[in-house]
Design a protein around this ligand. Structure first.
Ligand code: 26Q
Length: 851
């Protein structure tokens, strides 16, 4: 060896300098990927800083520590993840596939630390590296791959499936841009793109080898197969490729780690090549751009017409990839015949968004796997179940027939055949009832022919469920009445739930600590055990601690509100909160009318004293929803007037929290004293925010709508502020003709409140900007805001009176938490597993060699 060569020899590097202290001692060899101690985590973070992040120490930012810790945490799920998957492949356990166009997962790091039970170790490990865990957690960009309740429900269900050790896969779309980011400018909502992948996503693993082709457009033709049988071939106009990205879903305190598979669209090389060969480079690139558009952006709900065709393509794209994946695993990995599909897989349709799956599975079984129609249909119906999330007729999904046939010609043929056979059955059951046949058809005739996706999902599933008791009853008596009469046994209810890991343990550590200390830790996986709090309701010391926890949470939210809006809040005030998507049926404007009534009372009567309250709103409006956007403007206009009026702001403040999402929701629910669930009775299928508030000790003011009915039942009517018309009464008022003007005549305060808006009190004299809202309330409001105003305002007076009696309020707050056990998603998932899916626990053993 020459001297030069020897000088250039590479040294074995020493570990990155380890500071003295417990967590910074080197971890035992082999533990950096799996060790659960603070020392091992610390070594793992160092390891990833060096080998995955690759920045010199001077350039390291908290963001880099976030990524390094996330990778270290993902490592700790990896063996559990592979063992879980291997086990259900080997043991042939039944697997739930949750098909959903939306998964609103929220930040992952904190939740995974909780579920792996290593938050304290992580805190210590970071401290040894001079970092603060909370600051690192705040670096995470959340994947906003959902609009609201439905997407968040899917995420809560994945958490519970893993925690209950049920094998499962969530299937959805890896949107490049999630729900838009909301900014408020001059009181108006402004939408900004949500580029959540800009800094990479440490949680997902790309699986380029698990990809499927998806056809689109074109036509079908008949051909004779080798056996001489007539078959159908789909000759597509385009072909896309779906690439899978997998994210681990770790259960709490168990080894089960399930999978969320999200599909991302790509161009198919061979397709583009054709153009390359003819020298048309730009055409080839165009093709690629169009293909990748398919998973580009999440569509907001309540967006009439926007991107309809692309939305259908999105749905078909992820459904086709998912079903092909399931069949591939079934045939090649598990090695079972197709006839065994319903014994091995339970496929849940999260609303109608994935309901094209019914036709797609039929196509795959018949065209690609040569099954007979009857065999395929039997398999299909025994495999699928469908959850409905809405009764609003305008929200029931239909596709114009022409567009549908152009896009999915083979599926339209299959749907016609399903319909033909189904309507024969209807005619046999109800002879001569042509009207019924027309109503039940999968093809609607109103306003141009269309495919009715709710009918397709209902006919193609063995079970149909609503998401709260009232909702499920209304389904049977309204939108799916005819189907209920035909197949009563198909219909059931599973009331929604939320995960206590994220919405209590993670977001309310103060309350978690108090609960652990008072009743032990078992409640986190058995939420009914919160009932053990009841003996403490009259214990003054416990009440005091309960209040201290709430107050600290309010101070934490106040700090966030100040940082984001500049508004200062006093944590001793009542925090009255409504956070959810902005929609007329949810009636954010009813809450505003109450604020204006109080404002007016204070102005008219300067000596008046009322308990101080801050009204907090948060939520996004669909970009094309004209009235919803004006509701946001109204809230901000009233906020500005109220907050800057010294006569009023001693008692009232109003906040519109911009960009409500899962991350800031963690600060909101634990800080609320009062939860507003004030939708028109019969319109909110369930609501799940209502449950998050209750679990965190807020009292609810609400109508008898959705899950409020059950919340009131569980809490006890004396611990719930009920107001408003019931669903029956709403229908009766509408039948008799709703005349908003009559309420104005009878209620001078209501008239004065509307007059204040109309004359521009909150808009610097501008009488135009909010006119559409006022006109709407007075002339054509299907949601009966004025009809419920008086009852609401009077009930709010009862809220004030109760709030004044601090001990009574605290007692009611404790009882709400103590009785919230039913609203755990663990209960909901156990019901799905037992009543619908037949999926059972499969504990995973880690003490073995995997590879
Ligand atoms: C449909 C077609 C085209 C584009 C978008 C959509 C679309 C997307 C999302 C339609 C609806 C949604 C979301 C609906 C939703 O969140 N529903 C809520 O589901 C919750 C969980 O069951 C319930 O608690 C709520 O009551 C219900 O409103």
């Amino acid at each position: 060896m020459t001297e030069l060569q020897s000088r250039r020899q590479i040294d074995e590097p020493a570990d990155l300098a380890a500071a003295p202290g417990s967590a910074s001692e080197p971890a035992p060899t082999g533990q950096t990927r799996s060790g659960m101690t603070a020392e091992a985590l610390c070594a793992a973070v160092r390891d990833h800083l060096l080998y995955s992040i690759a920045r010199p120490p001077v350039a390291l930012t908290p963001e880099h520590y976030y990524r390094a810790l996330s990778l270290a945490v993902r490592d700790r799920m990896q063996k559990r993840w592979m063992a879980t998957t291997q086990d259900w492949l080997d043991l042939s356990n039944k697997v739930t596939c949750y098909l959903s166009a939306e998964f609103l997962m929220g930040p992952q790091l904190g939740n995974n630390l909780i579920n792996l039970q290593i938050e304290e170790q992580a805190r210590e490990a970071l401290a040894a590296l001079g970092q603060d865990l909370d600051e690192i957690l705040a670096c995470e960009e959340e994947p906003g791959l959902g609009n609201g309740g439905l997407g968040r429900l899917a995420a809560c269900f994945l958490d519970s499936l893993a925690t209950l050790e049920r094998p499962s896969i969530g299937y959805g779309i890896r949107y490049e841009f999630g729900i838009f980011k909301q900014e408020i400018q001059d009181g108006w909502q402004v939408e900004k793109t949500d580029n959540w992948l800009a800094h990479g996503n440490p949680w997902e693993i790309e699986k380029p080898d698990a990809s499927y082709l998806v056809n689109w457009g074109g036509h079908t033709e008949q051909y004779e197969d080798v056996t001489g049988r007539l078959r159908i071939r789909w000759v597509p106009q385009r072909v896309l490729k779906g690439l899978s990205y997998d994210t681990p879903v770790q259960g709490y305190g168990v080894n089960t780690c399930n999978t969320l598979t999200l599909w991302s669209a790509r161009a198919v090389e061979s397709f583009a090549l054709e153009h390359f060969n003819t020298g048309d480079y730009y055409k080839a690139v165009d093709e690629e751009v169009v293909s990748e558009t398919v998973s580009k952006v999440l569509y907001p709900n309540d967006e009439p017409e926007a991107g309809k065709r692309l939305r259908l393509l999105q749905q078909y794209f992820f459904v086709s990839c998912s079903l092909q994946d399931i069949l591939h695993i079934h045939l090649n990995r598990v090695g079972l015949p197709l006839e065994a599909l319903p014994d091995k897989w339970a496929i849940q349709l999260n609303d109608t968004h994935p309901s094209i799956a019914v036709a797609e599975l039929m196509r795959l079984l018949i065209d690609e796997h040569q099954l007979s129609w009857d065999a395929a249909w039997s398999i299909t119906v025994r495999t699928f179940a469908y959850t409905n999330h809405t009764l609003l007729p305008e929200a029931l999904e239909t596709w114009p027939l022409g567009m549908f046939g152009d896009a999915l010609p083979r599926h339209l043929e299959i749907i016609y055949e399903i319909n033909h056979r189904f309507l024969e059955e209807v005619r046999a059951r109800f002879p001569g009832d042509d009207e019924r046949v027309r109503r039940m058809s999968l093809i609607g005739e109103e306003g141009g022919k269309c495919v009715r996706m709710a009918h397709l999902a209902t006919v193609g599933s063995h079970t149909v469920n609503g998401v709260a008791a009232l909702h499920s009853e209304l389904l049977k008596s309204s939108v799916l009445k005819d189907f209920y009469e035909m197949w009563p046994e198909k219909f059931g209810n599973v009331t929604n739930g939320v995960t206590p890991r994220r919405f209590l343990a993670l977001s309310n550590p103060g309350l978690r600590g108090l609960l652990d200390e008072t009743i032990g830790e078992g409640w986190l996986t058995d939420l009914e055990r919160l009932r053990e709090l009841e003996p403490y309701v009259d214990d003054p010391e416990f009440r005091q601690r309960w209040r201290e926890v709430k107050r600290a949470n309010k101070a934490r939210l106040a700090e966030y509100v100040h940082a984001t809006t500049g508004i200062e809040l006093d944590p001793s005030w009542m925090f009255d909160v409504q956070v959810k998507r902005i929609h007329e049926y949810k009636r954010q404007h009813l809450m505003v009318l109450h604020i204006i009534a109080l404002y007016r009372r204070l102005k008219v009567n300067p000596g008046l004293s009322i308990p101080p309250r801050v009204f907090i709103f948060g939520g996004k409006a669909a970009p094309g929803y004209f009235i919803a956007k004006r509701i946001i403007k109204l809230i901000n206009a009233v906020a500005e007037t109220v907050n800057s009026d010294p006569q009023v702001n001693r008692f009232l403040k109003v906040v519109f929290l911009p960009n409500f999402n899962v991350k800031n929701a963690h600060l909101v629910y634990p800080a609320a004293n009062l939860s507003e669930q004030i939708s028109t009775a019969g319109k909110e299928a369930s609501g799940t925010g209502n449950m998050k508030f209750m679990i965190n000790g807020a009292l609810t003011i609400g109508t008898l709508d959705g899950a409020n009915v059950e919340i009131r039942q569980e809490a006890g009517p004396e611990n719930f502020f009920l107001f408003g018309l019931t669903e029956d009464q709403v229908e009766a008022v509408k039948r008799d003709g709703y005349h908003p003007a009559s309420y104005l005549e009878r209620d001078p305060e209501l008239a004065a409140v509307l007059e204040l808006i109309a004359e521009g009190t909150f808009t610097n004299g501008d009488t135009e900007v909010l006119r559409p809202l006022v006109d709407n309330l007075i002339h054509h409001d299907p949601f009966l805001v004025l009809a419920d105003f008086r009852s609401y305002v009077d009930t709010q007076a009862r809220v004030d009176a109760t709030w004044r009696d601090r001990d009574t309020w605290t007692r009611m707050s404790i009882l709400n938490t103590a009785r919230s056990g039913k609203f755990s998603s663990d209960r909901a998932i156990a019901e799905y597993c037992e009543q619908i899916w037949n999926v059972w626990p499969m504990p995973v053993d880690l003490d073995r060699q995997l590879l």
